[in-house]
Design a protein around this ligand. Structure first.
Ligand code: TMP
Length: 219
């Protein structure tokens, strides 16, 4: 029998080691024999990748920014995420709608009611009428000052990475609010600790849900 699809999203400000842990989870799911779709937002389809280039680099007002994020998401859901879940894949998606609430809502201070309406428009499924949400969202929670130290000089910054620390404090608060609204969907991983400790916490969240096998603890 085909396993049920799983939709997992990863969130947090940059510098928390998100990519490393997504790669490690992908490896663990592959070893467990699952088919994977690895993807990211904004992006994941040819159209959404074009929108990504614009939204990360071109000046625009906050409504335009929010609309482009959701336009990219709509294409991504229809072209990649929904078909993958229908096939029974594990979809590992680097950022999703919580990022819009955190960055555009928290960081930019954009109207949360408008974001909620866009979320409904974009994520309501034609087949069930239900809102598509991740089965689990892993939030790598890293204090913004630690993130800034880790990222200093790491790469050419985009329109978000050039924001001051206060912006990222608001982003972190935005993630915190989303978690409060739907705590069962989230696992918050304090990420100001060693890579190994973060990985143990991430892996445990999947083992507890029966999605990965429990690893042997060596004495
Ligand atoms: P990345 O560098 O992790 O791929 O993410 C791209 C940037 O886009 C990152 O700074 C967060 C930002 N972003 C938003 O502002 N809103 C969104 O909805 C998403 C998905 C990302």
């Amino acid at each position: 029998m085909q396993p049920a699809g799983l939709f997992i999203t990863f969130e947090g400000i940059d510098g928390a080691g998100k990519s490393t842990h997504i790669a490690a989870l992908a490896e663990a799911f592959r070893a467990a024999g699952r088919n994977l779709t690895l993807t990211r937002e904004p992006g994941g389809t040819p159209l959404a990748e074009k929108l990504r280039e614009m939204v990360l680099n071109d000046a625009m007002d906050p409504l335009c920014e929010a609309l482009l994020m959701f336009a990219a998401r709509r294409d991504h859901l229809q072209q990649v995420i929904e078909p993958a879940l229908a096939r029974g894949d594990v979809v590992l998606c680097d950022r999703f709608t919580d990022a819009t609430f955190a960055y555009q809502g928290g960081g930019r201070g954009f109207d949360l009611n408008v974001l909620q309406q866009l979320e409904q428009w974009v994520q309501v499924r034609a087949d069930t009428g239900q809102l598509r949400q991740p089965d689990l969202t892993v939030w790598f929670d890293l204090p913004p000052d630690v993130a800034a130290r880790r990222l200093a000089g790491a790469r050419v910054p985009d329109r978000f990475e050039t924001q001051p620390e206060a912006f990222f404090r608001r982003v972190a608060e935005g993630y915190g609010s989303r978690l409060k609204q739907d705590p069962a969907r989230f696992v918050r991983v304090p990420s100001d600790q060693s890579k190994e400790a973060v990985w143990r916490a991430v892996r445990a969240a999947f083992e507890q849900r029966g999605w990965l096998q429990v690893t042997e603890v060596r004495a």
